[in-house]
Design a protein around this ligand. Structure first.
Ligand SMILES: Nc1ncnc2c1ncn2[C@@H]1O[C@H](COP(=O)(O)OP(=O)(O)O)[C@@H](O)[C@H]1O
Ligand SMILES: [Mg+2]
Length: 289
């Protein structure tokens, strides 16, 4: 069977190239596209949800060609970042009921709205006008709206950016619940902890291409073995030296230190996903600076 999402040779240029012959296949579960601000994440999601036309390449969602048959593709996806579809003058509950009816739930719409308000923890605010909601509450209502009638593939573009830590955890739980029910979740994020907390697979977008793709453990392994850091009394890492973690390799590193470095503290650490992200998204000169 075809993968839920298959992207081949995707090109999109605005003033500069944003997506540069990007290839990616997403097999299901929760997939996180990780990249700094301006990397092209929203552009990619907009193409996948038929809102933007690429200059070249192909996209298939469950085998449906998104560019040739956008209507059929739209039936297979839902997306957030659609806060505009919320009506400020209606209550949270009224918004969800209305959307449920539009999505064909009929008499089930009220019941579904109540379930979702509970799930995103908006029960106490359910009957207030959306115009009185905080940013985090709007985001959670928006998320609930995308959960009403889950399509096979859900796109979440930076679902927790700007949320406080508690709301963020709630959104994470909602995403896990949805993924557990069989929906493929494609989320974008700028933060590693979110990718690590949620995703079965993480891909890093840089310079218009996928520069790394794998589980958190696989990405972490890309940056190599254990490191020996030399730390000054203020806690700054003066030098970080790669080792294979063996006693012989550490002994060799220590034997070759400058005399002045012998007064520094020695700290051994395994690479973290943080190290991998920095290595994958920055030029070596930037890291040294
Ligand atoms: N409609 C547009 N017109 C011109 N440039 C755009 C447009 N949309 C995005 N861009 C540019 O494309 C690049 C990627 O943007 P975006 O996809 O929003 O990145 P991200 O979501 O990763 O922050 C940025 O340099 C941005 O300025
Ligand atoms: Mg964006």
């Amino acid at each position: 069977m075809a993968d839920p999402i298959e992207i081949t040779g995707l090109v999109k240029t605005y003033r500069e190239p944003v997506l540069d012959h990007l290839d990616l296949a997403v097999a299901g579960g929760v997939f996180a596209l990780l990249g700094p601000n301006g990397a092209g994440k929203t552009t990619l999601v907009s193409i996948l949800t038929t809102l933007v036309q690429p200059d070249a390449g192909s996209v298939r969602i469950h085998g449906v060609d998104v560019l040739r048959d956008p209507a059929a593709a739209r039936a297979l996806v839902s997306a957030t970042g659609q806060e505009t579809t919320l009506d400020d003058l209606l209550t949270g509950r009224e918004n969800l009921v209305m959307l449920g009816r539009l999505l064909g739930l009929g008499s089930r719409a009220r019941e579904r709205a109540a379930e979702l308000l509970e799930q995103v923890d908006l029960v106490s605010a359910a009957d207030r006008q959306v115009s009185t909601y905080s940013g985090g509450m709007r985001r959670r209502l928006d998320l609930a709206a995308s959960f009403i009638a889950p399509a096979p593939v859900l796109f979440l573009d930076e679902p927790t950016t700007g949320l406080d830590p508690t709301s963020r955890r709630r959104v994470w739980n909602d995403v896990r619940t949805l993924a557990g029910s069989g929906t493929t979740v494609f989320l974008t994020t700028q933060t590693l902890d979110e990718a690590e907390a949620l995703a079965d697979r993480i891909a890093v977008l840089r310079n218009g291409r996928i520069v790394a793709d794998g589980t958190a453990a696989e990405l972490t392994a890309l940056v190599g073995g254990q490191r020996l850091d030399l730390v000054d009394p203020e806690g700054r890492t003066v030098r970080s030296i790669e080792t294979d973690g063996s006693a012989a390799s550490i002994e060799h590193v220590l034997a070759t230190l400058d005399p002045v470095e012998r007064d520094l503290q020695v700290v051994l650490h395994s690479p973290t996903l943080d190290d991998a992200f920095i290595a994958l998204t920055h030029d070596p000169e930037e890291i040294a600076a």
